[in-house]
Structures are given as structure tokens and as C-alpha cells.
Write a protein that binds this ligand. Sequence first.
Ligand SMILES: Nc1ncnc2c1ncn2[C@@H]1O[C@H](COP(=O)(O)OP(=O)(O)O)[C@@H](O)[C@H]1O
Ligand SMILES: [Mg+2]
Length: 469
Amino acid sequence: MKYKLSLRQKIVITFFILFSIVILVSILGFLNYNRLNTTIHILEKKESLLNNILESRRYEKNFFITKDISNLKIAIEFLNKGKIQINELLKEENSDFLKKELVLIENYEKEIKNFITKYNSSLSLENINMTSIQEKGRLATIELEKAINEKRSEIKKIIQSSRIFLLISISSFVLLAIITFLFLVKNVNKPLKNIEKAIQKIVSGDYESIPKIKTGDEFENLAENINNLLKEMRLRNRQLLQKEKMAALGTLTSGVAHEINNPLNNISTSLQIILEELEGGDIKLHQELLEEALRQVDRAKDIVKSLLEFSRESSFNPKEVNFKTLIQKTLKLIQGEIPTHLQIEIKVPENLIVKLDSRRIQQVLLNLILNAIQAIDNNPGKIIIGAETVNNDQDLRFYIEDTGPGIPKENLSKIFDPFFTTKDVGAGSGLGLAVSQGIIEQHGGKIEVESELNKGTKFTITIPKAIIV
Ligand SMILES: Nc1ncnc2c1ncn2[C@@H]1O[C@H](COP(=O)(O)OP(=O)(O)O)[C@@H](O)[C@H]1O
Ligand SMILES: [Mg+2]
């Protein structure tokens, strides 16, 4: 597991990559901008240099029109300005071209100066070569113009490449954003959704382990911890279940003792009669008495067997059972608890076959019936146990209704809480309804209560998809 990255590491790495790309793009953008800036700067300087040379040429031409020598002096002034500019430019861009340009300007200047000396001595244009001066001027401008045009196209190229660069960086940003989004969905959202689903299952009472998450990060740990918690909860739940069973058994003991005492008494009486009339007695009567004793032994065995069955701890195990038989078996367990003035009515179809964990549902029935008996107490009353199919004969609904005193409104929200009881210490554990609710939720069902003071209480249980057709 060690080679896998934690969520924090994954996020840090993603951010680092994003950050590096932003820095890289910024640096490249900045370099491009700088290059553009210096190119424009040099272009401007060269243009101003060209202007100065063009000015000096204009004055040179003016001289030939006006014959005023001061024009040539101004031309030299412009050339001097140009020389200063070239020297400045040379500091920034030490190129052969600039050196050559400087020589050309100097040549042009020298030619003008020569011309001035010659003109001053003769004061006429005869014998003076005028084409040479024009040629030198032309040479000084032509190369410069060429260089300026080159710079212009260079600027165009830089702008074009910046455009492409911008396009590439925007699309790679979009791509990265999509990748980051997908990464978050896969590495954060999906595991979170899985855990949410798992927790919802837990909330609905399903304590089975949640599926393992194999992301190698904090989520894997979280899922593992949730599973440990669930294991602990399953254990506690089992203990609680067992505790409640024992509590219910405690309540049953006196009744069961009475139940077993009856057959024992009958057996004892039968055996006494046989013993007394052993000699010369009526064989037929003896046979009948022994058969009766055997029947009573079977009855006691039956009771002990169901008691053992009930108290045994077992895993969740849904099986097909006849629901009416299940109710009758349960009532047999608590026969001794039912007072004579209490009437029990069963409204369950004969052939209602259901699939559920019969032992656990038996525990629910037992809890609810015992609660009803205890609520009615020693007063005359009636308990109705009913069952029907609902939802297109798919779901089982059964109810236990009593004519007891009802449950006060303020208690209705508490009765399913573990250890909530209104009974005397030792009489009630407060676990019956909590455990029953747990068992029903294990079956994916729900338990509801309606109660009216001085009228009675009705617990209704619905178990989905329990009906076997
Ligand atoms: N049929 C009922 N009629 C009136 N009150 C009831 C009935 N069933 C349950 N209760 C109330 O709910 C409480 C909790 O029931 P339960 O969880 O079975 O614990 P216990 O029976 O040990 O008190 C009872 O103490 C009682 O106050
Ligand atoms: Mg109870």
C-alpha cells in the first residue's frame, strides 16, 4: 500500500503541476513581451535616425536649389545628431550593420565637408562632382530603410507567435482544468458517494460491511475504519439482542415453570394410580394412564425445546415458514403468562407462507405480545394478532393490537429507545421494542405504533418482499 499516494499528496502534486505550468507560461509570456518591447524600441530609434539622415538630404537638395551654403551646414548638424544616435544604439546592439551605417554616414558627411571647402574657394559649381555627394547620401539611407523594414516584419512575427502561444496556453489550461475536474470526480467525489451510500445503509439498520475502497488514500482508511466500527456494532447488537432475550426469558420463567409443572403433576398422578393398582389392576386403565403420561412428557419436552430454541444465539437466517404456525408456537411459549380473563384472537390466513428469520420474528412477536399482556395487566381485555399481504401480495403486514391503557403522547417518541421503560425496576428492561425494531430493520421492514389513551395500542409491522407464492 505504501507506493500509493495519499489524497493530500495527490492534491499537492496536482497543485504543484498547475503552479509550475502557470509560472512557465508567465515566464515565456514575459520574455516574449520583453523581446517585443526592445524590438519596438530599436525600431523607433532607427526610424528617428533615418529621419535625421533624410532631413540632412533634404537640406543638401535645398542647397542645390538655393545655392545657400547654410543649408549644407544644417545638413551636417543632422548627420551629427544621427552619429550620436548610432553610437547610442551601438551600446544596445553591437551589430556590424550599425558600424557599417556609421561609416556610410561619416563618408556622406566627409563628402559634404569636402564640397563646402571646394565651393568656398571657387564659389561656383563648375569642376565639382555633384553625383558623388548624392550617391553617398543615397547609400546612407538605403541600408537603413532595409533594416527598418526587417525590424517591422520581425515585430509582426513576434506578435503572431504570441498569438499562437496564447492560444496554446489557453487550450492547455482548459485541458488541465478538465483533467483536474475528472481527477477530483474519480478520487474524491466517487469514494465520497460510496461512503455516503454505505452510511445510508448503516442508518437504515444494515450493519453489513461496506465494500472496500482501493484508492490507497485517506478514503481507503476511512472505509476500513467504518468497517471496524460496523464490526463492533454488529457485536454490540448481538449482545443487546441476547440481553433482551435473557430479559424476556426472565419474564417467562414463572410461566414456563407453571407450564412444565402441569404435565409433571399429571404424570405424577398417573404413575401414582398405576403404582397403587399395580397388582390385579385394570390393564386397560394402566395402558391409558401410561399413554397419557407419555403425552405429558412430550408436552414438557416441547416446551423445553422451544425455550432452548428461543434462547440460542444465531445468525440472521431467513427461511420459509407458515406465519400462523409461527404465531401459535410463540403463544405456546407464553401460555403461562396469559391471564384467564384475557382473550387472544388470531386473524391470520391458514396458508400464509413467508420468508423471514423465524427465530427473530418470534422474538418480535413475543416482545409485542408480552407488552400487550403487561399493558392490560389484570384487567379484562383482548389482544388481536393479525396478518395480511399488501403491495400486490408481495409484502407481509402484521399487527398486534391490545385494549390496554395506551401510551401517553410524550412517550411515543421514546418507546423504541433502548432502556426506555415505564415498568418497575426488574419488571422491564426497556430493550424489547429497541431490539424488535432492530430485527424488523434487518428484514428491511418498518415498525409503526398507533395508540390512544384508555383505548389501546396497535403495533404494525411491514416486511417487504416476504411473501412466498
Ligand atoms: N402495548 C403497549 N401498551 C402500552 N404501553 C406500551 C406497550 N408496548 C410498549 N409500551 C411502553 O413502551 C415501553 C418500552 O417497551 P419495551 O421496549 O418493550 O420495554 P419494557 O417492556 O421492558 O418496558 C414500555 O415500558 C411501555 O411504557
Ligand atoms: Mg417489553
